[in-house]
Design a protein around this ligand. Structure first.
Ligand code: AP5
Length: 224
């Protein structure tokens, strides 16, 4: 399936996995092809930081240090987002939930209605060593948000986005000390969600160490 091909996607899905596992790369592509909302709590928080909102001011130092932002702030932000018109039918949640209280809050937000319930949780499985290599080499476009990598997905011109010509930046939390903290937070607080969603029979595990195209094909199968 070539880039840009439309697909039929009626998913209400959660992408779960360590920092740098490729959730954002795949969620952006799938959401664009399937015309569903891509809801990334990391992107939403970075937008708040850039706007200098109260939420952004509170979140910035936590994010830069690799720590999670408090559950109540995140849940309120997601509650507002999934009530918006583009997110009523289908969405991909990228980076939320990532604690048990967030998962329980999502269940409450979606309620008992069959039309609103979660259809799939995909766990991106990959080693910590590969995650570190991905995060250290990641560069993000400051204009269109495209995700690049200095080794595995380089741009034609150094530090310039191929998609829009914007400048490429390294995220503050992609420095080695912050990466280590993010991995610790992931193993302690987010990994338990595997069992939570396994028990609900929603979990599918994918090998996230393969190429982006191979992973994409598998996700399309899983979510159609
Ligand atoms: P967030 O932005 O969600 O960060 P994350 O979960 O740590 O995930 P990343 O965005 O770093 O990685 P990704 O899996 O999307 O990988 P990507 O596709 O970019 O959160 C940031 C912070 O916000 C958190 O630390 C926390 O402080 C806060 N936050 C957010 N949500 C929160 C919540 N729910 N609760 C509390 N706090 C929250 O890929 C990575 C790199 O690898 C790229 O360079 C890419 O090109 C490359 N790549 C991707 N796929 C492949 C592949 N298959 N092969 C080779 N390279 C690949």
């Amino acid at each position: 399936m070539s880039a840009g091909t439309s697909i039929s996607l009626r998913a209400r899905a959660v992408f779960l996995g360590g920092p740098g596992a490729g959730k954002g790369t795949q969620a952006k592509r799938l959401a664009a092809a399937g015309h569903v909302a891509h809801i990334s709590t990391g992107d939403m928080l970075r937008a708040h930081v850039n706007q200098g909102s109260d939420l952004g001011k509170q979140a910035k130092s936590l994010m830069d240090g690799g720590k999670l932002v408090p559950d109540d702030m995140i849940v309120a932000m997601v509650k507002e987002r999934i009530a918006q018109p583009d997110a009523t039918a289908a969405w991909i949640l990228d980076g939320f939930p990532r604690t048990l209280p967030q998962a329980e809050a999502l269940d409450r937000l979606l309620g008992a209605s069959a039309e609103r319930k979660l259809s799939r949780v995909v766990y991106f499985q990959i080693s910590d060593a590969e995650l570190k290599a991905r995060l250290e080499g990641r560069r993000n476009c400051n204009q269109c948000g495209a995700i690049w990598h200095v080794a595995t997905k380089p741009t034609k011109r150094v530090d310039t986005c191929d998609a829009c010509g914007g400048a490429l930046l390294q995220r503050a939390d992609d420095r080695p000390e912050a990466i280590d903290k993010r991995l610790q937070e992931f193993h302690k607080l987010t990994e338990p969600l595997r069992a939570y969603y396994q028990n609900k029979n929603l979990l599918r595990i994918i090998d996230a160490s393969r190429t982006p195209d191979v992973i994409y094909q598998e996700l399309v199968q899983l979510m159609q």
